[in-house]
Design a protein around this ligand. Structure first.
Ligand SMILES: *Cc1c(COP(=O)(O)O)cnc(C)c1O
Length: 396
């Protein structure tokens, strides 16, 4: 049995995406900046990918900069807005405590350079409110950056409302939409988004490619100096095969969005109700305002790492949080931000599904997780203390 349930970390490429790349790995290998016809064919492809993606997120093709992925797009968006703000004497930035590290670490760096950062508290259901943003905006605020959907607990933020507040107050609004793309509708106009980051490998496209949408008129700062590619905002020969793969993957995900979401929601809710039966367990994040494919639980009295290894033995590939945190012993900053204490945050499990998963697989996951949690508790000194009443249960 091989069950891949770690789609928030990365996804399997779709055959549509692979096939869209192949001609550009084979015959159409020209440099889009070259004037001869091999180059011009590549340039036409680049234009077609840009136009297709622009249509899917409702922007103009020249408002898109192709990047090496979500992290680069997040960095470029935030650094650009910070520099634009500084030029007007505005050096205050608002974000949330549970952003991706590509956002949080960029903000840390800006803080060390004299910017003031406000990280909004996340409610225990994994959501922030537009009011919190409204109350935090000051005269010197230059940017609000709030993710569309969280990569660990899947909660979906009210970004259109947040964008509206920012627009009224004349503050730039960026959203990291890396987890949302392909799963949730994106319309940068309707959702009042000034800047948005995407990454292809989260929606069945290739790794190492993403994009930054920046509304016309926003002057971007370069992270990479070089040639005139990407309107001079991102030097380097464009990765045409990857860009073609990304455009095809996004088009495919968007065209099946509703039916995929309906299918995944059914699997997700079955998984949530099955895992809820495990005693002293709790779902992390709101039950309703969450990605159709995300399940994240805490189990009291166990270590997430041991749980993952034993699930791996059973052919189930999951995560204890983000790929970046699962390599370290620190508990997830996302779970801490929603008020889970350290010892509970350590016993977490994230299962992120795809349309390739089946109901039978979900049954097998529920059975396996229940078994493994019972086993780990049977050998856990913490669990013994809890059951003998020497220590109080935190999860009911
Ligand atoms: C994966 C992810 C990123 C980083 O994207 P890369 O393309 O891997 O650099 C950023 N933000 C979120 C929410 C993510 O899930």
């Amino acid at each position: 049995m091989h069950i891949y349930a770690d789609n928030a970390a990365t996804t399997k490429m779709s055959s549509t995406s692979i096939n869209a790349m192949l001609p550009y790995l084979n015959n159409i290998y020209g440099n889009p900046s070259s004037l001869h016809s091999v180059g011009q064919k590549a340039n036409e492809a680049l234009f077609s990918a840009r136009s297709k993606i622009a249509e899917l997120i409702n922007c103009n093709p020249n408002e898109i900069i192709f990047t090496s992925g979500g992290s680069e797009a997040d960095n470029q968006a935030i650094i650009s807005a910070a520099k634009l703000g500084a030029a007007k004497g505005k050096k205050h930035i608002i974000s949330t405590a549970f952003e991706h590290h590509a956002v949080l670490h960029t903000l840390n760096k800006l803080e060390s350079e004299g910017y003031e950062i406000t990280l909004l508290d996340v409610h225990e259901n994994g959501l922030i409110t537009p009011n919190q943003v409204n109350d935090a905006i000051r005269e010197d605020t230059c940017l609000v950056t709030v993710m569309y959907a969280n990569n660990e607990i899947g909660t979906i933020q009210p970004i259109a409302e947040i964008g509206e507040i920012c627009r009224q107050k004349g503050v730039l609004f960026h959203t990291d939409a890396v987890q949302a793309a392909g799963h949730l509708p994106i319309d940068v106009k309707k959702q009042n988004i000034d800047m948005l980051s995407l990454s292809a490998h989260k929606f069945n496209g290739p790794k190492g490619v993403g994009l930054l949408y920046a509304k016309r008129g926003i002057k971007l700062s370069n992270l990479i100096e070089g040639g005139a590619q990407e309107r001079g905002k991102r030097g380097g020969t464009e990765n045409i095969p990857a860009i073609m793969g990304m455009a095809a993957a996004l088009e495919e995900s968007c065209s099946h969005m509703e039916e995929t979401a309906a299918y995944l929601t059914k699997l997700r809710d079955k998984l949530i109700s099955g895992l809820s039966k495990i005693p002293h367990s709790a779902l992390n994040g709101d039950e309703i305002s969450r990605l159709p494919n995300n399940v994240n639980f805490c189990f009291e009295g166990i270590e997430g790492e041991s749980l993952l290894l034993l699930l791996d033995d059973k052919g189930i590939y999951a995560s204890s949080g983000s790929a970046c945190t699962s390599g370290s012993l620190d508990p997830s900053h996302v779970l801490l931000s929603i008020g889970r204490p350290h010892e509970i945050a350590h016993g977490s499990l994230r299962l992120s599904l795809s349309k390739e998963n089946t109901e039978e697989e979900v049954d097998y996951i529920i059975e396996s997780v229940s078994e493994v949690v019972s086993y780990l508790r049977s050998i856990s000194p913490v669990w013994r203390n809890l059951t003998e009443g020497k220590q109080k249960f935190i999860i009911k």
